[in-house]
Write a protein that binds this ligand. Structure first.
Ligand SMILES: O=C1O[C@H](COP(=O)(O)O)[C@@H](O)[C@H](O)[C@H]1O
Length: 233
């Protein structure tokens, strides 16, 4: 099986469980090589996990990169970088690397993301992913024109620019997303999902490797490490 399931009674228990795993991962990476490199989901669900890390007194450098970013200015409320930096604000040793330029220009942002990723080819110590109700993860959306480029394991690309189709009303923006092969280069991969509707999508994707939900490509992507699925109502 390519995944391991962890079920929690409520979102607070999920946050506590995943926070403990990420804290332990960061501590052992810092003990082993002085720093930790994380790839972190955007969206609302994981923000309390990041707040936990910010208060954990990790005593080492932690560099995080969003797994995807909305192409908006860094001051915009929908900017994943802004939300990550706010969550990490209490510990100056937690740094968040932007995937986009300050103004959110799509082409310049793609260049910036690819340049940074090429200069940091090492595996992530851990990747945290969320999932939308449409089965997207990072910004690999069903129906996007180039979603197959983002999911192809042999593309040789670390990041793509993409536009969800249809645009999600809560965040109607072009995106920069890490690709599936870059996300899979990790010592540990965690997927956090809440709610019964998202669980139905997840179950369908677990059962069908050729499901139209992009998350199926992650689950059946022959990751070198199992995908930890964390779910709560
Ligand atoms: O658009 C996005 O949505 C997903 C899910 O977000 P959530 O608020 O339902 O947790 C997120 O994982 C992704 O990074 C984000 O850009």
């Amino acid at each position: 099986m390519a995944w391991i399931e962890h079920e929690y009674p409520d979102p607070q228990a999920l946050v506590a469980g995943v926070s403990a795993v990420f804290e332990a991962t960061c501590r052992s990476a810092i003990a082993a090589h002085g720093s930790a490199l994380l790839c972190l989901a955007g969206g609302r669900t994981p923000l309390p996990i990041y707040a936990h890390l910010a208060h954990a007194r990790l005593r080492g450098t932690l560099t995080a990169i969003p797994g995807d970013e909305r192409c908006v200015p860094h001051t915009h409320a929908a900017c994943n970088l802004r939300n990550l930096r706010e969550a990490f604000a209490t510990d100056a040793s937690l740094q968040v690397q932007p995937l986009t330029t300050t103004d959110g220009d799509v082409d310049a942002s793609l260049g910036l993301a690819r340049t940074w990723l090429a200069a940091h080819p090492q595996d992530f110590d851990a990747v945290l992913l969320g999932m939308g109700g449409d089965g997207h993860f990072a910004s690999l959306f069903p129906g996007a024109a180039n979603v197959t480029d983002g999911l192809a394991l042999d593309s040789g690309m670390d990041a793509i620019a993409t536009t969800p189709n249809p645009l999600p009303p809560e965040a109607p923006f072009a995106r920069i997303s890490l690709t599936l092969p870059r996300l899979l280069r990790a010592a540990a991969i965690h997927l956090v999902v809440t709610g019964a509707d998202k669980r139905r999508v997840l179950r369908e994707a677990q059962q069908q490797s050729h499901s139209p939900y992009p998350i199926a490509a992650l689950l059946h992507g022959n990751a070198a490490t199992p995908i930890h699925i964390h779910w709560s109502p």
